[in-house]
Design a protein around this ligand. Structure first.
Ligand code: SF4
Length: 269
C-alpha cells in the first residue's frame, strides 16, 4: 500500500490567501495588474468569474484595479491612479515591509537585492530605490563606496541568504542587513526538506512560473527524485513503479483544490 506524506506547511500562504479574498469580495468586473498569484489554473478560474488580468498600466481602461501581491513601485502606483477609478492594493504585508525599508534608506545608499532580477517583486523594489543592484551570486558582490543595505526577495532560500549576507559584510563591513524572507517561505522549505528525507519521491505542486514553487522543487530535488507538476494531468504511472512513499508539497500560490486532485490521482496509481 502506497503512503502519501504531506508537508506540514504547503499551499496558499497568508499573502496569497489575503489577495484572493480581496478580489473575491469585489464587485466584478475588476482588472488585476500583473499576476495576482503565480498559478495559471487559479488565474483561469478567476477569469471565468469576471476578473481580467493585464500586464501593463497602458492597458488599463478605468474601473477597479487590483495591484498584485508582489508589490508595485511608487511610480507604477501613480500611473495606475491616472487610469483607474478605484485602486485596491493587494500587496502582501511582507513585501510592503521591503518597500518601507527602502523608503527609509538615506538617498545615497546602495541597495543590494538578493533575488531574481526578472521577478515582479524584485523589479518593483528595484524601481522604488534610488540606486539598487540585483545580485544572486557571491562572486558578483561589489565593494561599494558609501552606505550599503541588503534585502532579500521574500521567497529566497534563507540558508543561501545567510551565506550571501556574510559575504556582503566581508566586503562592506557597515552594510545594514534586513531579514526580509517571509516565514511562509521558510516554513514550506523546512517542511519540504523534512518530507524529502523520508520518501522515495517528491511531488512539488505549483505554477512552473512560481518562484517559491521552483525553490521547493530545487530543495527537494537535492535530497530525492522530485517532480514539479502543475496539475494531476501531468502525472505518469511509471514514475510510481517501485515507490512506496510519496511526498507532497505545494507552493504558496497553489490552491487546495489542485493539491487534492493530485493526491486523489496518486492514490489510484
Ligand atoms: S510567500 Fe510570503 S511574501 Fe509572498 S505572498 Fe506569501 S506570505 Fe507574502
Amino acid at each position: 500500500m502506497r503512503t502519501i506524506v504531506c508537508a506540514e506547511h504547503m499551499g496558499f500562504c497568508f499573502g496569497v490567501q489575503r489577495a484572493l479574498s480581496m478580489v473575491q469580495k469585489l464587485d466584478k468586473p475588476v482588472t488585476v495588474l500583473g499576476d495576482l498569484i503565480h498559478n495559471p489554473q487559479e488565474i483561469e478560474r478567476l477569469r471565468k468569474q469576471g476578473v481580467a488580468f493585464v500586464k501593463h498600466t497602458a492597458q488599463l481602461m478605468g474601473g477597479t484595479v487590483v495591484l498584485s501581491a508582489h508589490g508595485s513601485s511608487a511610480q507604477r502606483k501613480r500611473k495606475v491612479a491616472e487610469r483607474a477609478e478605484r485602486i485596491v492594493d493587494a500587496t502582501c504585508p511582507h513585501v510592503e515591509k521591503i518597500h518601507d525599508i527602502v523608503r527609509d534608506l538615506a538617498p545615497d545608499t546602495t541597495l543590494i537585492i538578493f533575488g531574481d532580477p526578472n521577478h515582479p517583486e524584485v523589479k518593483a523594489v528595484q524601481n522604488s530605490a534610488s540606486h539598487a543592484l540585483v545580485i544572486t551570486e557571491v562572486a558578483d558582490i561589489p565593494q561599494v563606496a558609501g552606505p550599503v543595505a541588503l534585502v532579500a526577495q521574500t521567497t529566497q532560500d534563507s540558508t543561501r541568504y545567510k551565506v550571501f549576507s556574510q559575504a556582503v559584510r566581508q566586503l562592506n563591513p557597515t552594510v545594514q542587513v534586513f531579514d526580509t524572507i517571509c516565514h511562509a517561505t521558510a516554513d514550506r522549505q523546512r517542511a519540504a526538506r523534512a518530507v524529502a528525507q523520508d520518501v522515495d519521491m517528491m511531488l512539488v505542486i505549483g505554477g512552473k512560473n512560481s518562484a517559491n514553487t521552483q525553490r521547493l522543487a530545487q530543495i527537494a530535488g537535492e535530497i530525492v527524485e522530485t517532480k514539479h507538476i502543475e496539475t494531476a494531468a501531468e502525472l505518469l504511472p511509471e514514475w510510481f513503479a517501485g515507490k512506496d512513499r510519496i511526498g507532497v508539497t505545494a507552493g504558496a500560490s497553489t490552491p487546495s483544490w489542485i493539491i487534492e486532485e493530485v493526491i486523489a490521482a496518486v492514490r489510484k496509481f
